[in-house]
Design a protein around this ligand. Structure first.
Ligand code: ADP
Ligand code: AMP
Length: 216
């Protein structure tokens, strides 16, 4: 099963992708996490780090190469959950071609809908545990006392607003792109994490829903 999560920054993609990944045993491929891990390791080119810090999009060629290498790894051979990729129609075209070359395809595209003011509040109060990568929210899902937390530099309000405008300009066009292919499922992203998770489960193809049935 190959699933794409689409949504503006702060919509809850990472939070929900992690849960689906754990329940269904699919690897979560978050391009944002991959880039941040490379930065921590010191292997991310400085110009790419600067683009991320400003809230812009990393060039398509770099991102397509990153994903092409990642989906070749054995854990992704039976399926995966993409979180943060594709973000442009060029990336979507290249992903489709890459999968088709191996006789594979995307099964479902889940789009999380959240109003703009809530997105900003979700992003600016997001904190990530430095050791585990767990995503918290200072108001809605507060971290345990004493956690060693990171506040992403691109989660400051001015950068978040820029990222939202980049989403509207470059990424939102993927919704009609996948709708035309009959793959798009829109999910209301307002509500508790459990409520949104329940809505997502109802949109997942039968085959995957049965898979969880077997695991329970
Ligand atoms: P994205 O990956 O789409 O940028 P995240 O999953 O990191 O979004 O979520 C952004 C912030 O919103 C995080 O702080 C997260 O804890 C919080 N969050 C996610 N889903 C919900 C929800 N349903 N209700 C309230 N807060 C949420
Ligand atoms: P995210 O963690 O998904 O919010 O991504 C953080 C940042 O990483 C984005 O604002 C971009 O700068 C960069 N990034 C992540 N995924 C992509 C992508 N598919 N295309 C371009 N840039 C990306």
């Amino acid at each position: 099963m190959r699933i794409i999560f689409i949504g503006p920054p702060g919509a809850g993609k990472g939070t929900q992708a992690k849960r689906i990944s754990e329940s269904y045993g699919l690897p979560q491929l978050s391009t944002g996490d991959m880039l941040r891990a490379a930065k921590t390791k010191g292997t991310l080119p400085a110009e790419i780090a600067a683009i991320m810090a400003s809230g812009g999009l990393v060039p398509d060629a770099y991102m397509v190469e990153l994903i092409a290498e990642r989906i070749k790894l054995p854990d992704a051979s039976k399926g995966f959950l993409l979180d943060g990729f594709p973000r442009t129609s060029e990336q979507a075209d290249k992903l489709g071609a890459m999968l088709a070359a191996n006789g594979h395809k995307i099964d479902v595209v889940l789009a999380l809908d959240v109003p703009e003011e809530l997105l900003i509040e979700r992003a600016i109060y997001r904190r990530t545990d430095k050791a585990t990568g767990h995503i918290y929210h200072l108001k809605y899902n507060p971290p345990p006392l004493g956690s060693d937390l990171e506040h992403r530099p691109d989660d400051h309000e001015d950068v978040v607003r820029h990222r939202l405008s980049v989403y509207r300009r470059m990424t939102a066009e993927l919704l009609p792109y996948y709708e035309t292919q009959g793959l798009l499922r829109r999910v209301d992203g307002v509500g508790s994490v459990d409520e949104v998770y329940g809505r997502i489960q109802r949109e997942l193809p039968e085959k995957l829903a049965q898979q969880e049935g077997l695991r329970v």
